[in-house]
Design a protein around this ligand. Sequence first.
Ligand SMILES: [Zn+2]
Length: 75
Amino acid sequence: MRCIFPKDPPEVERVPVLGATPALLASLQVMEAVKLVTGIGKPLVGRMLFVNGEEMVFETVEVKRSMECPVCGSL
Ligand SMILES: [Zn+2]
């Protein structure tokens, strides 16, 4: 996460999370785990999934390690 977001985001008022949201994300995580274990499909390696539940939009963006990253840049 630090490669993508080098600084903490500003504090904002917390918005309540609809119970279905963590259930949806948990299901997606299980699907990714199954893909990795079985070797079937294209796992989200090197990509990040953004889920907009309000608009029901799913979007993936490619992510790469940043050499400037304070956490993993020197590895
Ligand atoms: Zn990093």
